[in-house]
Design a protein around this ligand. Structure first.
Ligand SMILES: O=c1ccn([C@@H]2O[C@H](COP(=O)(O)O)[C@@H](O)[C@H]2O)c(=O)[nH]1
Length: 287
């Protein structure tokens, strides 16, 4: 990839706003769409999403788990979904939440971040709970191939805080330590570094200092999990230009009609567009 992830992301967000539209083929949604809960249904669901909104939003985020649940044929559908969404113009975040000891992490990095891998989109989500440093192979390969990574910091689920708000011996929250480690990797990058973090739209107060992050924030939880645009504004006020709000089920429930699905994605895109317009305020402190 010739251009770095931060630059490609900034250009996309400037053109299409910051929405990340999720492609989450839940079995229940397949049934609601009148599709069989099998690989054929999975493929029709995912390709309908691509047709409806990959050209309308800046980013799409296929949730790998729903594809992997169908085995190797499901993974093949994920590969096709990634390729077709990118061909339609979206940046693709593969939500795979990988994390392992460094030597195994190198293999995950190859799978999701190498130029010649069919599972590589534009970015991948990573879990740092084997230690942030264990992610190094992915951080390094993504830097080389012009891709991004999004490291879990403060997730949208209710179980997250017991781990992520716990304090290190130095008194810093685990989530803050993940943000700080990402910030170190992004220092000096223009317009943004390639190491993003995940902070849910549902977390109440972040309690985080994001002022030195210099990277994107993926904020899932908009819609179905109860997160609102007002929550995003309140949580990320000073750095809202770096925030990528993500919504899956709240958009997907409008399928299978392509026009209705597209209209839902476009309406959600417009509801969050103002956040992406404050990129010039990046660097302000928030908590
Ligand atoms: O903290 C996190 C990290 C990732 N997710 C993922 O985002 C979508 C949310 O789907 P909705 O239907 O909009 O609730 C899903 O793929 C999660 O695995 C998250 O929700 N929270």
């Amino acid at each position: 990839m010739s251009e770095l992830f931060g630059a490609r992301l900034a250009a996309k967000v400037a053109a299409a706003g910051p929405l990340v539209a999720g492609i989450d083929p839940h079995p229940g949604l397949l049934a609601d769409w009148g599709l069989p809960v099998d690989v054929d249904g999975l493929e029709r669901f995912a390709l309908t999403c691509v047709e409806a909104f990959a050209a309308e939003v800046a980013l799409v985020k296929p949730q790998a788990a729903f594809f992997e649940a169908f085995g190797s044929r499901g993974v093949a559908v994920l590969e096709r979904t990634i390729a077709e969404a990118r061909a339609a113009g979206a940046l693709v975040i593969v939500d795979a939440k990988r994390g392992d000891i460094g030597s195994t992490m190198a293999a995950y990095a190859t799978a999701f971040l190498a130029d010649d891998s069919p599972l590589a989109g534009d970015a991948v989500t990573l879990s740092p709970y084997l230690g942030f440093g264990s992610l190094d192979p992915a951080l390094e390969l993504s830097a080389k191939t012009g891709r991004g990574v999004f490291v879990l910091a403060l997730t949208s689920n209710k179980e997250g805080p017991s781990v992520q708000r716990a304090r290190t011996p130095e008194g810093v929250s685990i989530a803050q330590s993940m943000v700080d480690s990402a910030a170190e990797r992004n220092r000096g990058a223009l317009p943004l570094g390639h190491v993003g973090v995940v902070i849910g739209a549902t977390v109440g107060e972040t309690g985080l200092d994001l002022s030195r992050l210099n990277g994107p924030v993926l904020a899932p939880g908009l819609g179905a999990q109860g997160g609102t645009v007002a929550d995003l504004r309140r949580l990320f006020g000073g750095i809202s230009g770096q925030v990528l709000p993500s919504s899956s089920r709240d958009v997907l429930r409008h399928g299978p009609d392509v026009a209705a699905l597209r209209a839902a994605a476009v309406a959600t895109r417009e509801s969050v567009r103002e956040l992406g317009e404050s990129a010039d305020t990046a660097g302000d402190s928030v908590s």
